[in-house]
Design a binder for this molecule. Structure first.
Ligand code: FAD
Length: 380
């Protein structure tokens, strides 16, 4: 049976980042995903400025920069927000995952599903199922980067996500761009209860999506309705659909219990998503970088106290106000109330707040990104 220092389940952004950092430290790493990289993408892929500054994401995996946001009320009254900086770039996620995977420098098993594990002395024996066979590998440590509904979390008896929204979007080509690249956000509890609907258009691709609490709306129907009502904002007459994407987004805040002697969680599996904006790419990069450092230190020292620095409890404090705001957004179900809230965003102090939500720089707590943990995501 082959043995590894670390087995990572999930080759999304979180698992890939963790694999790269651990691989560079010379550890024997196996990265496993039930899909091929770049297949079944579920994210719009909007990267914020802070991620682009701290991680060297290859330019050919990013679209043109966006500085403009238009916020719409349910009655489609608009509010313009503009930053002097390039705030967002839409990732070309298929290319990014493939590139990332090639550069990870670790053993890689696509189309292989983690089925569970057992404990043998101080090691874990992991069961991996591929289409027509099952195999077992040994590892000293397991990393769950397997998304919002993490099997690894359950098997390791760590905490699991309990609150999420669902999002669905169409990726379109041949959509003319009027004006500069722009993110349009629609606050409308009928088509996006508890979150928002969006158009992200960087001049090359247009992403049109809706998100909200499951049980309160039908995402596919809401997306059709949303698209049908966009005639005055965007010209979809010649649009060509490239993809439909969708999935769950955990919004309950980073989980408290995310590490044990045998494994830990990163990315969506750890609930590392901003509860208010539902942005998970920056937290995935930062938390995975920290996780890789903690895993390497733990394997080196065998000192369980090292794991104490990887506790969701330490990060949650930072999100208290956003968790409260999530509660407020979740209960704002009346369009008239939302209209009033949108109108109040014209007041200078609340306008400043809206500006801060979109362009502020606090997506996830800073982790130690000093060398050698700072990672150039694209170039090896
Ligand atoms: C519609 C939508 C739009 C979004 N837009 C944005 C955005 O614009 N900006 C932003 O910051 N965030 C966005 N998010 C959130 C963001 O995409 C996620 O937080 C982030 O991608 C999480 O990365 P991850 O690696 O933790 O998980 P994932 O990308 O979900 O990766 C998990 C991986 O684990 C694999 N896996 C799962 N179970 C198993 C198993 N048993 N065995 C083997 N492999 C397994 C899956 O195949 C998958 O590849 C969006 C989310 C959605 C749903």
């Amino acid at each position: 049976m082959k043995a590894y220092d670390v087995v990572i389940i999930g080759a999304g952004l979180a698992g890939l980042q963790c694999a790269r950092v651990l691989g560079r430290q010379g550890l024997g790493v196996l990265l496993v995903d039930r899909n091929f990289p770049g297949k079944s993408i579920h994210t719009t892929g909007i990267f914020v400025r802070r991620t682009l500054e701290d991680f060297d994401i290859p330019a050919d995996c990013l679209g043109p920069p966006l500085r403009h946001v238009t916020l719409y009320s349910p009655a489609r009254r608009s509010l313009e927000l503009r930053s002097p900086h390039d705030e967002f770039r839409i990732g070309r996620m298929g290319r990014l995952y493939t590139d990332h995977c090639r550069c990870a420098g670790v053993d890689w098993m696509p189309e292989t599903r983690y089925a569970g594990h057992s404990l043998l002395k101080d090691q874990l024996v992991i069961r991996l199922d591929s289409r027509c066979s099952a195999r077992w590998v040994k590892t000293r440590y397991l990393v769950g980067a397997d998304g919002s509904n993490s099997r690894v979390a359950r098997q390791l008896q760590l905490e699991s996500n309990r609150e999420w929204i669902v999002g669905v979007e169409d990726v379109l080509a041949n959509v003319p761009l009027e004006g500069p690249p722009r993110l349009h956000c629609f606050l409308d509890p009928e088509i996006a209860p508890g979150y928002l609907a969006w158009i992200a258009h960087d001049g090359e691709e247009a992403h049109i999506g809706v998100g909200g609490y499951p049980g309160m709306f039908d995402p596919t129907q809401a997306l059709e309705k949303f698209r049908a009502g966009l005639g005055e904002i965007i010209d979809l007459r010649h649009a060509k659909q490239i993809e439909r994407r969708g999935g769950r987004i955990p919004v309950g805040g980073v989980l408290r219990n995310i590490a044990s002697r045998h494994g830990l969680l990163v990315g969506d599996a750890a609930g590392a998503v901003s509860p208010l904006t539902a942005g998970g790419l920056d937290p995935a990069m930062r938390l995975s970088t920290l996780a890789a450092k903690v895993v390497a230190d733990f394997l080196d020292s065998q000192n369980p106290q090292v794991l104490g620095s990887y506790s969701g409890e330490l990060f949650r404090a930072r999100f208290t106000s956003r968790l409260w705001m999530r509660r407020i957004v979740a209960t704002a179900r009346q369009p008239a109330l939302m209209e009033l809230a949108c109108a109040s965003l014209r007041l200078p102090i609340l306008n400043q707040f809206a500006w801060h939500v979109f362009f502020g720089r606090g997506s996830f707590p800073d982790v130690n990104l000093e060398p050698p943990h700072q990672v150039a995501v694209g170039a090896d």
